[in-house]
Write a protein that binds this ligand. Structure first.
Ligand SMILES: [Zn+2]
Length: 397
C-alpha cells in the first residue's frame, strides 16, 4: 500500500513546541496573543518557536482573529492536511478511522472481525481498511495508534499474555504496522484508549482524574490519574473483569471461577439469556431465540426495555455486581468521574441507575459527593478518538 505524504517525519524540537501543538490540538485555532498568554512566553520567543513549527509544516497561520485591545492578531492552527490512523480492535469487531491533527474523525469503517483469527489476519484486515479510509480523507500521514482488547506492554508495543487473543502473545504489532505505514505507531489496551478519547473529546473533557469502565464481551477499566493513563508495572492495571466475587461462581474464560466478567459481560449475558429462554422464564427471549437461533447481550436490553421481568432482573443483578466493584475503585482512587462505555453499556439508564445506587450506597459521602457516574458520550468512536490522541501525543512530543 502506498503511504500518502510519505517523506521525512517532521521533528518536534522543544518542550515549548510540544506545548504549542498540544494546545492547538486540544483547543483549536488560537491567536498569537492567546498562545503567548497560555504558555507564558514572551513575543519574540513565541514567534521563533512558531516559525520553526511553520517550517516543519505542522502548523499554519490563518486569517485575522477578532481584534483585541486595538492590536490585530492572527489565528494559528494545526496544518489541515495532518492525518492519523486510529484503530480500535475489539473482541468481535474492528474499527479503523482517519483523523486530522485534532483527532476529529474524517472517515471511518467498522467490520465484524474475530480477534481469535490471530494477528496476521486481523492486522491484514486493519491495513486494508486503513488504505480505504485514507483514500476518503487524503493528506499527510503522521502516525497511527491502535487499541487491543487485552493487556499490552505500551513500552514494547505488543500484547502480553492476552487471555482472549490466541496467537497474539508478544506479537510485534507496533513494528509490523510501523513497517507497513512508515510512521510511528502507538499500541495500547483498548480501554485505556477509550478513556483517553472521552477525556479529549467526550464527557470527561479536560478532567485529570477519571475511570472508564468498558463492558463489552469482557470487562475492563481505564484509569486516568493526573491527566495520564496509569498502566501499572506490566500493563495490566484496571483489569477488573477478573476480580473474584465468589469462590463458587460461574466459570470464566480466564480459567478461574466467579470473576466479575463471568457474571456480567457480553458473553455472560448471552449465556444467561439462553438459560432464561430455554427454561421458559422469559417468553420474549424464547421468541427471539426461536426467530434468530441465537441470543446476545443486546437482546437482553431490548427485552428488559419492553418490560420482560426476567431480562430486567438480569440487568439489575449485573448492575449491582458491577456497582460493588466500582464502589471499591471509587474508595481507592477518589476519581472525579466514572464513565461507563462498551457495547453492553447500551443497556443504558436501567443499568446506570443500578450502578449508581450501588456505588452511592457503598462509598464514603466525601468520595461520591461530586461524583458523576455517566454513560460514554463518544460511544463507538471513543476507541478510535483515543487511539488518535495517543498517536498525536507521540508525534507532538
Ligand atoms: Zn476471569
Amino acid at each position: 500500500m502506498g503511504v500518502p505524504g510519505a517523506g521525512e517525519q517532521p521533528r518536534v524540537r522543544s518542550r515549548h513546541q510540544s506545548r504549542l501543538l498540544e494546545l492547538l490540538r486540544d483547543e483549536g485555532p488560537l491567536s498569537r496573543v492567546a498562545l503567548g498568554e497560555r504558555l507564558d512566553l514572551p513575543r519574540a520567543k513565541l514567534a521563533g518557536e512558531l516559525s520553526r513549527l511553520i517550517d516543519t509544516g505542522l502548523v499554519q497561520v490563518g486569517g485575522p482573529a477578532a481584534s483585541r485591545g486595538g492590536r490585530r492578531s492572527t489565528l494559528v492552527h494545526l496544518a489541515e492536511d495532518l492525518r492519523f490512523i486510529a484503530v480500535d480492535v475489539g473482541a468481535t469487531s474492528v474499527a479503523v478511522a482517519v483523523t486530522d491533527g485534532r483527532c476529529e474523525v474524517l472517515a471511518n469503517e467498522r467490520a465484524e472481525c474475530d480477534v481469535r483469527l490471530g494477528p496476521t489476519q486481523v492486522l491484514g484486515r486493519v491495513v486494508d481498511m486503513a488504505g480505504r479510509v485514507l483514500d476518503k480523507a487524503p493528506g499527510r500521514l503522521m502516525g497511527a495508534g491502535i487499541g487491543l482488547p487485552g493487556p499490552v506492554s505500551f513500552r514494547d508495543g505488543m500484547p502480553v499474555a492476552p487471555p482472549i487473543m490466541p496467537g497474539w502473545d508478544r506479537y510485534p504489532v507496533r513494528e509490523e504496522l510501523a513497517g507497513k505505514w512508515g510512521r510511528p505507531v502507538t499500541v495500547d489496551n483498548d480501554v485505556n484508549v477509550m478513556a483517553l478519547g472521552e477525556r479529549h473529546a467526550g464527557v470527561a473533557r479536560s478532567l485529570d482524574d477519571l475511570i472508564f469502565v468498558k463492558i463489552g464481551t469482557g470487562i475492563g477499566c481505564g484509569i486516568v490519574v493526573g491527566g495520564r493513563v496509569y498502566r501499572g508495572v506490566a500493563g495490566t492495571a484496571g483489569d477488573i473483569g477478573h476480580i473474584k466475587l465468589d469462590d463458587y461462581g460461574p466459570a470464566c474464560a480466564c480459567g478461574e471461577v466467579g470473576c466479575l466478567e463471568a457474571y456480567f459481560g457480553g458473553a455472560a449475558l448471552a449465556r444467561d439469556a439462553l438459560t432464561l429462554a430455554r427454561s421458559g422464564r422469559s417468553n420474549m427471549l424464547a421468541a427471539t431465540l426461536e426467530d434468530r437461533g441465537r441470543l446476545t447481550a443486546s437482546d437482553v436490553g431490548t427485552a428488559a426495555a419492553a418490560g420482560d421481568f426476567a431480562a430486567a432482573n438480569l440487568v439489575r443483578e449485573g448492575g449491582r455486581r458491577l456497582g460493588h466493584v466500582i464502589a471499591s475503585l471509587v474508595s481507592f482512587l477518589n476519581p472525579g468521574m466514572v464513565v461507563i462505555g462498551g457495547g453492553v453499556s447500551r443497556l443504558g439508564h436501567p443499568l446506570l441507575a443500578e450502578v449508581r445506587s450501588s456505588v452511592y450506597r457503598r462509598s464514603l459521602p466525601l468520595a461520591t459527593g461530586n461524583l458523576p457516574i455517566v454513560l460514554s458520550e463518544l460511544g463507538d468512536l471513543a476507541g478510535v478518538t483515543g487511539a488518535a490522541w495517543s498517536a498525536t501525543d507521540h508525534t507532538f512530543n
